[in-house]
Design a protein around this ligand. Sequence first.
Ligand SMILES: [Zn+2]
Length: 149
Amino acid sequence: MVFAADSMLGRLARWLRVMGHDVLFQSGYDIGDLRRFSSEGRIVLSRKKSLMGEDIRLIFIRSDKVREQLIEVDSVTGLRKCATEWFSRCIECNYLLEKADPEGWGEGIPEYVFYNMRGKIRRCPACGRFFWPGSHRKRMEEQLKKWGF
Ligand SMILES: [Zn+2]
């Protein structure tokens, strides 16, 4: 399932990325962009009622709370409940994370992580951020479970 999230849905976009979904997001798309995304197979997520008459693949999001928004998307598409797919994507850039090349390690990774998380460190090819299973990720996992995912 691939999406394009309209402005006002930044938090939803990030949580969908946490769950491993491909979600384009920027503040403000014009209708031409949305038509193009739709023709490319993306589902447009928007809170704009005015889009409801347009000929695009649209999920009109009613709630302004992120948990309810996720449930709205889930009720139409069926989101990934599978935790193995979670955390496979950069939350900022939407790129799939890659196994970190040992040559590129060093700056940006604390020493204890370097030694304890070998083989579990991933890197975003776009922004260069490193990701590894840690307390931040655990908190997000717990949040998703609490929300019923
Ligand atoms: Zn990134």
